[in-house]
Every structure is written in C-alpha cells, then in structure tokens.
Ligand binder design. Structure first.
Ligand code: GLY
Ligand code: MN
Ligand code: MN
Length: 410
C-alpha cells in the first residue's frame, strides 16, 4: 500500500496549467479548414440559480477556452469572431468584472482576432450567411433558433457532428489533464476508504473525497458525487447523499474530479464494515469479471455498443454468472450502458457508434443493482485507448475485493 500513498504525495503539486491558447486556436483552425458554411455557437449564460455555479458550454470551451458567460462565436473557413455581452455594472457587482469587446486587451484575452459586442451578432450573421448556404449550430438551443430564423432558406446542419470526431480524439495535453483528474480521483477514493465506518453519513464520505481532490489542485467535481449506502447503492444516479450507513451494507461511491476543465469518472463499491458478506462478494466478483472481460477487449476498432461490442461482452458475462433470489440470470440487473467518452464533460460529446481509436478516453463501468437485496455494485474506471489496447488512467485504485477489504478495515 505504501506505493499508493506515495502516488498521492507525488500528486501534491498538481497544478497542470491547462490547455494553451495556441491549442485552442489550432482546434478552430482545424475545424475551419473543412467548414463549408457558418458555424454559430452560443456559450452558456450566467446561471440565475444560486445553487449552481457557471459551467461553460463544452463545445464553446473546446474551441475557445473562454470561461465568461454570454459569449457567442461565429466561424467560417475565412473568419472567426467572438461576440461578448455588453458590460453590465449592476451584474458585475454580484458576479465580478467581465471582459467587454471594447477593452484594449480583448483580442489577447480571448485569442480571437475579431472581438465584437453581442449587439453586432445579427448583422454579422446576416453578412456571413449571405456568403454561404449552410448554417452549423446546436439546434436544441433556443438562442440559436432565433438567429436561424433570420436565414430560413439555408440548410441547417449539426455543429455537434463536426465537433464529435475532434473531441473524441484527445491531444497529448488533454490526456495529461485527464490522467491528473483520474489520479486525483484515485486519491479521493483511497481517502474515503480510510474514513468509512458504520454510523457515518454518506455526505461525510463525499466531503472527504471532494476535499482530497481539491487539495490536490482540481477545482471542482466532474459531476455531483454519488455516495449510496445499502438500498441507495441500487439507485444509479443517487445524489442526495443523506443516509446514515450501517454495518453489513455496501457503499457505492461514483465520484470524480475535474482538473483544469477535464473530467474523470471513477466508481468503487466497498463494504461499510470492511467485510463483504458472501452474497455481496459473489455479486462483486461477477461485476469485476465483467469489467475485466471488457477491459481486455478494449483496443482500436472495437465498438462500445451493439453486436460484438464491449457492452455485449460485459452483459454476456453478467448474464451467465450467478442468479437472483428467484433463480433468474442477472443480466436484467445491469440497467445502464457500459461505456461513454470522457473529456471536458463527464459524458463527453461522441458518436457512440464509432469504433474506438487510439487517443479516445472512455469509461468501462459494468454494474449489477438488485433492489430486493439492497445490493448495488458498480466498478468504473476511466480508460485511454492506445494503439495496442488500453491504459487504465484510474488503474492505481484497487479493484480486488481482498485488497479493498484490507484498506477499508484499516
Ligand atoms: N458518473 C456518472 C456516470 O458514471 O455515468
Ligand atoms: Mn460513467
Ligand atoms: Mn460514474
């Protein structure tokens, strides 16, 4: 175990710096090379709800690195423009100074050669649309809809379809940040295992985990922590984290850090008192067997779902091992997908039908959830697809049930 704690110490000065302005610029250049129309992307607005902090739209972030609300970008093969909202001093009193299009450092700070106020949006859109037949946007966005109404005869195309192939293949800098996020999540899970004991509340475990990765330099959680004990372990996205855990139960922790905008997604299921019951261990080992079978199959060319996919490998394993209390196979208790891409978003933009390629980062996360027995087990790792197979970015976190028992029992 010494090596795991050494890993945590090595992680301490984690500040990775993030993606360079040059990389954002080259992503736009790459996209624009084949762009046969106008792409319009809306950044996220400032949330009015005090319960949530600002999350930039991931497509917007991917192409710009811009983290202030209310921006819009327009790209064509020849031009790129970012539009910034007019400064609003009353709002800035609450949420801080924002960059205005007229600020002298607006080009430097945004990395765009042209920075215009939002008031110029419609005129610029009309100008660019007049030179092309296609508009690329995210059509579900009502703000895009209002703009598109100005060009009713243009062909409407999906911006996501152009962005997905780019976002699915991670650059070296992205892989570095995704690795940091996964390693910080490993440290968080290990810290939780040290803390777990009967009588604690689920939110106390969540607190220990979030504290660990934030201390390591990761700014926030990649998603709301899921810490479910006993019956709550069978609820896939349980986020209330309010229950008191008891001896004899399992605790499912699906908790991942976000570092410099990049996510991780890691789940382990452990016994609250440090010892799995025979039945919990049986179910755990089936999920582990399914995960190992799927992990062994990860390599370029393989598909995530469909026939002969990673999903079918995991499902077949689960459905041919063990039974429920009624003698039925367990496949019906694997109630979610096996895998999704991870990047700026924990469920990253992707084409789930595309075969894997080197440089993709995905999860492998089989699970069995039996409410009747109050047993839910998920084991989830974040995995980089390599030329020859895979590297498990969260692989330093034990999965073997004996090793887990030792670490939880102290
Ligand atoms: N943490 C959410 C998921 O595993 O998809
Ligand atoms: Mn996941
Ligand atoms: Mn997860």
């Amino acid at each position: 175990m010494r090596s795991l704690w050494a890993l945590i110490l090595v992680l301490a000065p984690l500040h990775a710096g993030g993606i360079s302005g040059e990389e954002y610029r080259s992503r736009r250049a790459e996209l624009r090379k084949s762009l046969d129309g106008v792409m319009v992307l809306f950044g996220a607005n400032e949330p009015e709800d005090l319960h949530v902090s600002f999350f930039q739209d991931p497509n917007f972030l991917y192409l710009s690195g811009w983290r202030e609300p209310g921006a819009v970008m327009m790209l064509t093969r020849e031009e790129e423009i970012i539009f910034l909202p007019e400064r609003n001093f009353r709002e800035e009193n609450f949420t801080g100074r924002k960059l205005g299009a007229g600020d002298p450092d607006a080009r430097d700070k945004t990395g765009f050669d042209r920075v215009l106020p939002r008031s110029a949006l419609e005129a610029e859109f009309a100008r660019l649309a007049a030179r092309s037949e296609k508009i690329y946007s995210i059509p579900a966005d009502p703000r895009a809809g209002r703009l598109l109404a100005l060009a009713p005869l243009h062909e409407q195309r999906s911006a996501a379809a152009l962005l997905a192939p780019m976002r699915m293949i991670k650059s070296p800098a992205e892989i570095e940040l995704l690795s940091k996020a996964a390693e910080a999540s490993v440290a968080a899970h290990l810290a939780a295992w040290k803390r777990i004991r009967p009588g604690l509340y689920e939110y106390q475990i969540a607190a220990a985990m979030v504290d660990t990765y934030q201390e390591l330099g990761c700014e926030r959680s990649a998603y709301a922590p899921i810490v479910g004990s006993g019956p709550n372990s069978t609820i896939l996205h349980y986020m209330a984290n309010r229950r008191r855990m008891d001896s004899g139960e399992v605790l499912l922790m699906d908790v991942g850090a976000e570092c410099s905008d990049y996510a991780s997604d890691v789940t382990r299921t452990v016994p609250v008192n440090g010892r799995f019951t025979a039945r919990q261990r049986e179910i755990y080992n089936i999920v582990l067997g399914a995960q190992n079978a799927a992990l062994a199959a990860v390599k370029p060319g393989v598909k995530i779902r469909g026939d002969h996919s990673l999903y079918s490998i995991a499902y077949d394993y689960i459905n041919t091992h063990g039974k429920d209390l009624h003698g039925e196979p367990l496949g019906k208790y694997f109630t979610h997908g096996l895998s999704h891409h991870v990047g700026l978003d924990v469920h990253d933009l992707s084409d789930a039908n595309a075969p894997l390629k080197a440089g993709m980062v995905i999860t492998i996360e089989p699970g069995i959830y039996i409410p009747e027995e109050s047993i839910g087990v998920r084991i989830e790792d974040t995995v980089l697809v390599t030329e020859t197979g895979s590297r498990v970015l969260s692989g330093a976190l034990p999965r073997d049930p004996d090793e887990i028992e030792k670490l939880v029992r102290k």
